[in-house]
Design a protein around this ligand. Structure first.
Ligand SMILES: [Zn+2]
Length: 453
């Protein structure tokens, strides 16, 4: 099974997983046929995280938590805000972390990802609860996962998938600021689940129920009915429009339509989280959206952010790397996805000012059928992401970039980049060295992978 994961390109990782990839012939010989049909990449493949292997087994049982729930959960630092609804695939190669998460899986299956403050260096006090739903221990296949889940022998390596479910606030935090690296290993923390405020339509008490049958019909008629409803209240219609959730949803839907993202959540809270996950935002804006309890306010902030055109720049030297209009979806999870080792990337059809480093590799590719090559900022040689190239000529797109969300920073298109403060510069220099180390780690195969095959 391990061989399938670390596909070497002869067989093509696209043999697994099905979808559009399977419908065509995957044999390399077919690449030479001149009349082969173009095949769009099946974006559900990336969302299935098949590079993690097929040894993951489902864990049963779900916890139902409500706002105000307090509890002690193992937490670990993340490099940014993860919003509820996002999938979090993780590979823990540290024995301590693996033991902690296996204990959690035997219990309520919950752990927390701590969100850093806007500088990325201190604990913000916010985080997201994640619930494990698939696990494999020790990279030994389904049986290993089962055994590990029962805790009969402590695994050294655990890979698992979790789903972010609730925002939380840490309790009993020290008054002074705490560096985020204090939580680089799993450790317990007391947390409280934050409320998600849903506002109903403020015109509802004023509206005539007898006209309800007409309301869903057509937008112009609906607007006239709303103005009739508003006429009997002290406020004009535009005040109610501010709270009109459907209007905001339409703006968001129109915006993501250009990125071929059609399945926009219906419900206000899920929509506000989904939008936050899929917008290319600075750490500061993401944290601001995360900290808000009111879904409607979050949506307002997002609509405002959508109106702001921006470019993505290298976070070390601020040179332009990509433009927001080139963002597109390579995963059914959205234009942005979390991958193992807490890497989250945004996919771009093209990038500028990048230089490739090292040879292309298909090992553990997040996008089956594509090889990856490390992409550096051409100006300062900081790692910004990866370029993915199709292994077959008929696969579309042939090439795209996956940019690390925390290595590129959005900047407003209009004004020139403000000079970075001296403190940030020295920090970014430190980060640059750490990044090179991380980029090597990200794709490193699990420690025990080779021994088992
Ligand atoms: Zn740079």
């Amino acid at each position: 099974m391990e061989d399938n994961v670390s596909s070497d390109g002869d067989e093509g990782p696209n043999e697994r997983g099905g979808g559009a990839e399977r419908s065509g012939s995957g044999s390399p010989g077919n690449d030479e046929e001149p009349d082969e049909e173009e095949q769009p990449f099946d974006i559900s493949l990336a969302a299935s995280h098949s590079y993690m292997g097929n040894s993951l087994v489902q864990v049963s049982g779900r916890s139902v938590l409500e706002a105000g729930w307090q509890g002690r959960v193992p937490v670990v630092a993340h490099h940014g805000a993860v919003f509820p609804g996002e999938t979090v695939p993780m590979l823990l190669t540290n024995a301590h972390d693996a033991a902690v998460i296996m204990r959690a899986i035997q219990g309520d299956k919950l752990f927390g990802l701590l969100c850093p403050d806007e500088s990325g260096t201190l604990v913000s006090g916010y985080g997201v609860l994640c619930e494990v739903y698939e696990v494999s221990a020790g990279g030994e296949g389904g049986e290993g996962g089962e055994r590990g889940a029962r805790g009969e022998d402590a695994p050294r390596t655990v890979s698992f998938k979790a789903r972010a479910t609730h925002r939380f606030r840490c309790l009993n935090m020290p008054k002074h600021s705490v560096p985020i690296h204090v939580y680089s290993r799993m450790g317990p923390a007391e947390v409280r689940v934050l409320p998600e405020v849903r506002r109903g339509d403020p015109l509802r008490p004023a509206r005539l129920a007898s006209l309800d049958a007409l309301r869903r019909a057509r937008a112009p008629l609906d607007n006239r009915l709303r103005s009739m409803d508003a006429a009997v209240t002290p406020w004009p219609l535009f005040v109610y429009d501010i709270f009109d959730y459907r209007r905001m949803r339409q703006i968001i839907k129109d915006y993501f339509k250009t990125m071929s993202l059609e399945h926009v959540p219906e419900e206000a809270v899920s929509l506000s989280f989904w939008t936050a996950s899929n917008l290319a935002l600075s750490a500061r804006d993401r944290l601001a959206l995360f900290a808000v309890d009111d879904a409607l306010l979050r949506l307002h902030m997002e609509v405002r952010l959508i109106a702001r055109k921006s470019v993505l720049c290298c976070s070390s030297c601020a040179v332009e790397i990509a433009r927001r209009e080139h963002i597109f979806a390579m995963s059914s999870e959205g234009v942005h996805s979390n991958y193992t080792n807490l890497v989250d990337i945004v996919t771009e059809s093209r990038a500028s000012n990048t230089e490739l480093s090292g040879a292309p590799s298909a090992e553990f590719s997040w996008f089956p059928g594509y090889t990856w090559t490390i992409a550096l900022c051409a100006a300062c040689m900081a790692h910004v992401g990866w370029r993915f190239d199709a292994q077959r000529r008929n696969l579309r797109p042939q090439q795209f970039y996956g940019l690390c969300r925390n290595y590129v920073q959005p900047r407003s298109d209009a004004p020139p980049a403000p000079p970075a403060p001296p403190a940030a510069r020295s920090l970014s220099a430190e980060l640059r060295t750490a990044r090179h180390a991380l980029s090597a780690l990200v794709y490193a195969p699990p420690e025990r992978g080779d021994d088992d095959s």
